[in-house]
Every structure is written in structure tokens, then in C-alpha cells.
Design a protein around this ligand. Structure first.
Ligand code: ANZ
Length: 847
């Protein structure tokens, strides 16, 4: 006969799960401890793909595991259903985004159910649902009240193809993350969220996540936030009443500042050029036009020739009164620090390159050849007692003006008046103290992180709940008028035009000023979809709530998320925003925790033939097709076995055939076992029992370390040992065989839940194995079998060792070398050759 009809088994258990709802999270009456397991929710753009197959497999393994450990598990799912894919479908195919989205969701939901994922289906949410996005609006207004949402004119990243603003995070190498077109800068008035107020906390709290989040993600977040510590220093500019402040990480080099540079595209540059000669003004205008075409990445590139224009103005160095020429140059960025720098060419490579290009003075102020460790240098004397010149480099040999290499290292100050002789580190704090005393500067920090621009000129998103009055006021829509629902799409032209299509929905846009009743207009922009996903994990806690975004009581019970599982592509954007919003909610008293995700797991990608799968390459493996062909369990086992969670998995190496055979073998064991359930396990075959109990002992730790593939391998080992016991050993009636079969069903449930339920039923138990609490290993069965190993030195037995029968060669050799009798036998002779045959023989030869 062929194997079991996997599709029939699958249908049977899916129907029972649907009927009995065993994976719904328990309510207040449930006294088990809680775990919140979450997979990143999908966009409903098309069918699920193999990346989803991996993602939901892993979250399901973790969710099922904690249920087996006796926990009340919350494992919800929803859809991140606003965004460009639906809007583009609406434009290209004239599809209604509402219908397009719900059709995709229905399809994806069917696939997930087919895949046997143990979600709590009672909590499904869609972010494009007015019952959801109402709370985005509510949250936005709370942030606005706290000054954390504000409007600002600014040069924004603009994608000319998608005709929309992009957040910095959505610009990759100067191109739109979505369509790959070059991003330009455009001046617009937009809404921002003040994430920079949280920069220190977002950075410092990463320390709490060490060991619980992938190191790579922590590092990416650290770099993204990019904190620099130093000083703000105020410079006088001749002929200007107000001083200009610069940020410097090296205030110790202030005496070496020989010129001054402002960003060409800053307001300051535009002002300073005013009084210059006509010729300079013209040169500046040409230069500025060029600069506007360059991306920030280009501008920061070190191998780009330095360019700039002298503004015919002079800054005064506050410590020595020197006049420093003021230049505009594009290596200084307008929106970092204060958009201006004191240039110290001897110690900063960018400044040096610029100084050499325009023949500006270079003055060394840190002697990098001077020792700074505090240790007294050892001076050698010649036979006359005269110190020998160690012949090391002298600072004059290193003159950057000549070598072209800036001296960035440690050293001691020179040419710096009262600070001469101090080490760089000491000088930094002394100079800051002095500046502070003289009112010329102060300690300061700068971040690379920018505020979060959330306005989008698109239809399919959360309307920003603000009203613009004719007299220029901005009034929030009162809470009791939320949600501000999207208007129907009929009659609206969604093709990108640079302004939100909502602006053309006349009946929708025109409203009464809530304060005076006078005619006013709604803000036509919608929110970045990352707002939607910044707090969805909270909404799962009370998804039907009509009075609040979520219940704080439920958040205290369940939050924060214990395990969060998703792709590394969200390492910066989504996770940073979620962390920010959680902290803001903490400050508002809505939650008691400050980090949303305790553990984070990033899965690798599913690739094919060494490259990423994509529609355009025509190498897409379709999830639903694989499901139909092999069934959920074989697909899950094959993926689970394919390699470590975080590694990429090549679909060419994933064997559903092997998985199918393995599952048929497992199920056949259940059929072969005696149907009697009340047997005395202790009377069973000891060797097989040891294999079973070692797995009970190891599986929990392996799952907690996310070594899922190792658990599959160990299950295979147990299935093989059990089959052997049935066929050539103790026989199917042996209690150890039943014990092993039950263990297989309970652990296999993580990977192949349909097969596991079927086994459990065949073994004579009530459903569901998915809720069966795992067994404790019997410690007496974990004691390793031991054997006696002999150690020979030059052919003579010198010692015997009691070692585990499973010891490996390296351990055995190490034990032998460490043995006291062996060491005595060796004396001071050296081992030249070691022959190791675990577990019984070690043979050393000496010289
Ligand atoms: C003087 C100096 C001397 C500097 C020296 C460095 C070395 P990070 O570490 O990346 O934060 N800077 C400040 N604002 C800038 C801007 N808008 N565009 C380009 N560069 C800017 O860099 C901080 C340093 O970058 C600052 O310290 C400043 O140069 C420059 F030996 O000041 B420094």
C-alpha cells in the first residue's frame, strides 16, 4: 500500500481544531503561567511565499512548545493591510483596495490554516479596519498633546516614481527602497514624530536586550541611532550679530581649527553669501545647484574630490582670536549637528583633504608620537650615561600637510596654550570645562537618528486626524469623532501627483472647524504604515475593544511579547518604531514595560539555487503549491530540518521526500504499538528507554536555544531506535516501545501537528496532543553508561579511566593527558604521537 493519505489526515485535524478551538489563549480563569509568542504579521500582497512558511513554522514551534510546557500561550495573527501594494493594484487594475485587500487576506488565511499553525483565530486584526486605525489616530493625538507629533517644513526624501515622501530608513543607497528609483530632495510641510527625544533611551536600553536579540540587530540599531559625544562651540562671525554654533567630537583640537565650513544647502550659507561679491554669489549658486543633486551618501564618501566656495566671510576662533575663512562645502551636511564645522585639518581627514585642495593652513595640535599611557618611558643610556635617541618618529615627520594623512590617534597637546601636555582624553574634558566657564560652549551630544516623518501623500493609509482652519490654526479631530474614515475610492484618481488623492474628495475634505464651526479642511495626508505596525502587538490583547486601543490590564498580564519572530529586513525600521512607541506608551502610563519584545529571532531566507527567489527571476517556489503537493507536515518537517533558524536555506537542499518517509515511519510505529495504554514503562527495554529519556532531557533546552533542526534529527534517531526495537529487539508489545511512541507524538507535534494528533489518537488518547504536557526525564535513565579506557605510554599500560561510552576522541585524549599516573609515567618526556580510539584506548609515544 502507499503511505497514509496525508491530505485526509490533515483535513480531519484541521476540522477538529476549528470545531474545538484548542489554541485559543486562556482568559482570567486560566491559572497557567503565560507566554506571548508572535510572528511578524504579513502584508496581504499576493499569496504567502516560502519566507512566510518558515516564519510561521518557527513561531508555531515556539507556541506549541510552551503549551507543552504547561503555559497559557497567546499566539495571534493579523494583517498589515494598509500600504502601497493595494494602492498600486488599485491604480493598475482599477481594483478597490478594500476588496483587493480582503481577497488576499482570505487566501492567505486559508494557506495558514492549511499549514496547521496554532493561531488564536479569535483575535485577528487588520490595520486597514477603521476599528483598528481609529486607534492610530487616537495615539497620534496623544503624541501631539505631548509635543511628540509636530509639523515642520523640511527638505524631504521624495520618490519621483511613487510620488511620495520616504522616511530616511526607506532610502537605500540613495534609491527608493520599493521601486529602486533615485530619490530627490523636496521642500514640504510634513508631520513628524519626535523619536529623537527618545534617542538616549532607545540606545541605552539596547543593553538590556544583549543576549536576547541577535547581536547583528542590536548593532544595526546602535549605528542607526548613532550617538556622538563632544561639545557645542559658539563662533563669532564678523559682521553677524548672532554667534554660530558647531558640534565637535574633538574640542581638544580647537587651537588647530584653521577654517570654518558650512553646509551649502543650509539657511546659514544662504545668509552668509548675501554680502559677498557678485562673482562669489554666482559661483555659490552654481555650486548649490550641483550639491542638490548629490545624495548624502555621495557627500560623505571619502574618495570624492573636495569641492567648495569661499563665502568671503570670517569666523573668529574663540580661544586665540584668529580669523578663519568661512567656506561652503558639501562634505558638511545641513541636517547633522548644526550644519557647520570648525575645520581641523591636521586631525580630521575630510578637513585635511579640503585644506590641501584649497591651500589652507594646517596646524598640528596633538603630538601623536608622545606616549599617553601614563607609564614612564624606559630610556636607554649609552656607555657615557647619555640617553640613546630611540630613533622613533618625530611629529615633524608626520606633518599631514605633506603626508596627506590626518593624525587622528591618541597623543598629547601641543600649540594649545594652557592645554599643552595634556592627553587627548583629558584635554577634551578640560577644554569643555573652560568653554563652559567662559560661556563659549558646552558639553553636547549629536545623534544620527532623525525625527520620524510620517506624512504620506497616498490614499490607502490612516487619515491624519487634523483639521486646518482658514485662519491657519491646526485643530485635532475630537476623540468622539474618531475614526476619521477613508472616503470611498470611487471617483478618486489615485495616480501619484505629489499631493494626496484625498485632497480631491471634496465632501470628505471640507469640514467645520470643531472650535468655531467655520469652514475648514481635513489634513489630506495619510500615515506611514509603520505607524500601524508600531503597536499592533498591543491590540491583540483586546482586539474588540471599542473604548481604548488596548486594555492596560491585559498588557500587564501578557506583555511584553516573550518571543518575536521575523525577518532581519525589519532590523531597523519596524523594531525601532515599536520600541519608541512602547516607551511613549510607558510614559503615558499605558504599559508597565519599556521594551516590547523580550526575545527576538530572525530567520534566514529561503533561497533557490543559491539566489534569492523572485517573480522576476522566475524561480519562485509557491507556498500553496508545495502545500498541495506534499501536505503541511512534510513541508514543515523538511523546513524545520533544513538548517539552523538564522541560516539561509536553499530550497534545492530541502527534502520533502525524506520528510514524507520519516512521517510515514513515525505513524506506522503508532499503529504497531499495542493498544493497551496502562503499561508499566519501567518494565520496558532499558536501551530504548534511555534514548527516549535523553530526548525528554534535551528537547526543551534545544527548543529554547532555537536549535529546531537538531530536535528533528533527534526525533529521527528515536524513530529509528523504536523501529529497531519493534522489528529485531523487544517487540511491539514492549512498554518501552509504547513509551517511545508517545514521546514521538508529543515532540513531533511541534513540527508535524497533524501526524502527531493522528498518532496520539491511534495510541488510544483523547485529543489534543497539542495540549499534552511534556514528560520529565527519569534521571536514573540519564546516567551515562560507562566503560573502562586504558592509557598506554610507549606500549605499557600506565592508567585506566572510567569514561562515558559516548566520549569523543578529544575528550578522551584530554582526560588521559590530565591523569596523574600518566603524567608521572611521562616525566619530562614529550609526547610525539597520540593514537586515540574512543571509548577504550589511548596510546602515547614519546621521544
Ligand atoms: C572638529 C574635529 C576635529 C572633528 C577632529 C573631528 C575630528 P561624528 O563622529 O560622525 O559624530 N561634523 C560636525 N557636524 C558636521 C556636519 N553637519 N557635517 C559633516 N561633518 C560634521 O562626527 C562629528 C565630527 O564631524 C565633528 O567633530 C565635526 O568635526 C564633524 F580632529 O570637529 B569635528
Amino acid at each position: 500500500s502507499g503511505g497514509p493519505d496525508v491530505h485526509a489526515v490533515q483535513r480531519k485535524w484541521q476540522e477538529r481544531w476549528a470545531e474545538k478551538d484548542p489554541f485559543r489563549a486562556g482568559g482570567d480563569e486560566d491559572t497557567r503561567p503565560r507566554k506571548y509568542v508572535l510572528a511578524m504579521f504579513p502584508y496581504p500582497s499576493g499569496d504567502l511565499h516560502m519566507g512566510h512558511a518558515e516564519n510561521y513554522l518557527y513561531s508555531d514551534i515556539v507556541a506549541r512548545f510552551w503549551r507543552h510546557r504547561g503555559y497559557n500561550v497567546l499566539h495571534p495573527i493579523g494583517w498589515d493591510s494598509f500600504g502601497l501594494p493595494a494602492e498600486n493594484a488599485a491604480i493598475q487594475r482599477k481594483a478597490d483596495p478594500v476588496q483587493w485587500t480582503s481577497a488576499n487576506i482570505a487566501q492567505q488565511k486559508t494557506s495558514m490554516k492549511d499549514y496547521g499553525v496554532s493561531f488564536d483565530w479569535s483575535r485577528v486584526l487588520h490595520t486597514s479596519d477603521p476599528d483598528y486605525y481609529r486607534w492610530n489616530q487616537w495615539l497620534f493625538e496623544r503624541l501631539y498633546e505631548r509635543g511628540l507629533a509636530y509639523r515642520k517644513d523640511g527638505a524631504v526624501n521624495w520618490c519621483p516614481f511613487d510620488q511620495t515622501v520616504l522616511a530616511n530608513e526607506q532610502v537605500v543607497d540613495g534609491r527608493c527602497e520599493r521601486c529602486g528609483n533615485e530619490v530627490i530632495k523636496k521642500k514640504l510641510t510634513q508631520w513628524y514624530l519626535r523619536i529623537t527625544d527618545y534617542a538616549d533611551r532607545l540606545l541605552d536600553d539596547l543593553n538590556q536586550l544583549e543576549g536576547f536579540w541577535p547581536q547583528k540587530v542590536i548593532q544595526m540599531q546602535r549605528n542607526w541611532i548613532g550617538r556622538s559625544v563632544g561639545a557645542d562651540i559658539d563662533f563669532e562671525i564678523e559682521g553677524r550679530a548672532e554667534k554660530v554654533t558647531v558640534f565637535s567630537t574633538r574640542p581638544d583640537t580647537l587651537h588647530g581649527a584653521t577654517f570654518f565650513v558650512v553646509a551649502p544647502d543650509s539657511d546659514l550659507a544662504a545668509e552668509l553669501i548675501q554680502g559677498a561679491s557678485a562673482e562669489a554669489q554666482e559661483r555659490f549658486a552654481t555650486y548649490l545647484a550641483d550639491v542638490r543633486k548629490a545624495t548624502d551618501i555621495d557627500r560623505q564618501s571619502s574618495d570624492r574630490p573636495k569641492t567648495g566656495v569661499f563665502l568671503e566671510r570670517w569666523a573668529i576662533n574663540p580661544v586665540n582670536g584668529e580669523r578663519m575663512p568661512v567656506w561652503a562645502a558639501d562634505y558638511v551636511l545641513a541636517d547633522y549637528g548644526h550644519g557647520a564645522v570648525m575645520a581641523v585639518p591636521a586631525h580630521d581627514q575630510r578637513d585635511l583633504d579640503f585644506a590641501r585642495a584649497f591651500d589652507l593652513p594646517v596646524r598640528i595640535v596633538v603630538d601623536t608620537t608622545a606616549p599617553v599611557t601614563g607609564a614612564i618611558p624606559v630610556i636607554e643610556l649609552d656607555e657615557h650615561g647619555v640617553p640613546i635617541d630611540p630613533g622613533g618618529e618625530s611629529i615633524d615627520d608626520l606633518d599631514p600637510a605633506r603626508t596627506g594623512v590626518a593624525l587622528a590617534g591618541e597623543g598629547r597637546l601641543i600649540n594649545s596654550g594652557p592645554f599643552d601636555g595634556l592627553s587627548k582624553r583629558t584635554a577634551i574634558s578640560r577644554v569643555i570645562d573652560q568653554l563652559q566657564k567662559d560661556g563659549l560652549g558646552r558639553a553636547a551630544k549629536t545623534f544620527r537618528l532623525r525625527d520620524w516623518l510620517i506624512s504620506r501623500q497616498r490614499f490607502w493609509g490612516t487619515p491624519i486626524p487634523m483639521i486646518h482652519t482658514d485662519d491657519g490654526r491646526i485643530v485635532p479631530v475630537p476623540d468622539d469623532q474618531l475614526p476619521v474614515r477613508l472616503p470611498a475610492v470611487e471617483g478618486l484618481d489615485l495616480t501619484p501627483k505629489g499631493a494626496s488623492p484625498l485632497g480631491a474628495a471634496k465632501d470628505w475634505v471640507e469640514v467645520a472647524d470643531p472650535e468655531t464651526g467655520a469652514p475648514a479642511r481635513r489634513d489630506p495626508d495619510t500615515m506611514d504604515t509603520f505607524v500601524d505596525s508600531s503597536w499592533y502587538y498591543m491590540r491583540f490583547l483586546s482586539p474588540g475593544d471599542t473604548t481604548q486601543p488596548f486594555s492596560s490590564r491585559e498588557a500587564d498580564k501578557w506583555g511584553p511579547v516573550d518571543f518575536y519572530i521575523g525577518g532581519v529586513e525589519h532590523a531597523i525600521l519596524h523594531l525601532l518604531y515599536a520600541r519608541f512607541v512602547t516607551k511613549a506608551m510607558f510614559d503615558m502610563g499605558m504599559v508597565e514595560f519599556t521594551e516590547p519584545f523580550t526575545h527576538l529571532i530572525n530567520q534566514g531566507m529561503v533561497i533557490l539555487g543559491g539566489t534569492k527567489m523572485s517573480k522576476s527571476k522566475g524561480n519562485l517556489v509557491l507556498f500553496q503549491e508545495e502545500l498541495d503537493a506534499h501536505g503541511a507536515d512534510a513541508l514543515r518537517v523538511a523546513l524545520g530540518f533544513a538548517g539552523p533558524v538564522e541560516d539561509d536555506k536553499d530550497w534545492d537542499d530541502v527534502s520533502t521526500t525524506g520528510a514524507t518517509k520519516f512521517l510515514a515511519r513515525a505513524l506506522r510505529i503508532a499503529h504497531d504499538v499495542d493498544s493497551e495504554t496502562d503499561v508499566v514503562w519501567a518494565e520496558g527495554d532499558a536501551a530504548l528507554r534511555r534514548v527516549t529519556h535523553r530526548l525528554w532531557a534535551d528537547a526543551p533546552g534545544l527548543i529554547e536555544q532555537t536549535k529546531f533542526n537538531v530536535v528533528v534529527a533527534r526525533l529521527m534517531e528515536l524513530v529509528n531506535a523504536t523501529r529497531k526495537a519493534i522489528d529485531t529487539g523487544a517487540g511491539a508489545g514492549d512498554p518501552a516501545v509504547r513509551e517511545a511512541a508517545e514521546a514521538i507524538a508529543m515532540i513531533l507535534d511541534l513540527f508535524a501537528p497533524h501526524t502527531a494528533e493522528e498518532m496520539w489518537e491511534v495510541l488510544g488518547y483523547e485529543p489534543f496532543v497539542g495540549l499534552a504536557v511534556w514528560r520529565q526525564p527519569d534521571p536514573t535513565l540519564l546516567v551515562e553508561e560507562s566503560v573502562t579506557a586504558v592509557v598506554q605510554v610507549d606500549g605499557k599500560v600506565r592508567a585506566t579511566l572510567e569514561v562515558s561510552a559516548r566520549i569523543d576522541a578529544a575528550d578522551l585524549e584530554a582526560r588521559a593527558r590530565a591523569d596523574e599516573k600518566v603524567r608521572r609515567a611521562l616525566g619530562d618526556r614529550e609526547i610525539v604521537r597520540a593514537v586515540v580510539r574512543p571509548p577504550k584506548v589511548v596510546s602515547f609515544s614519546t621521544k
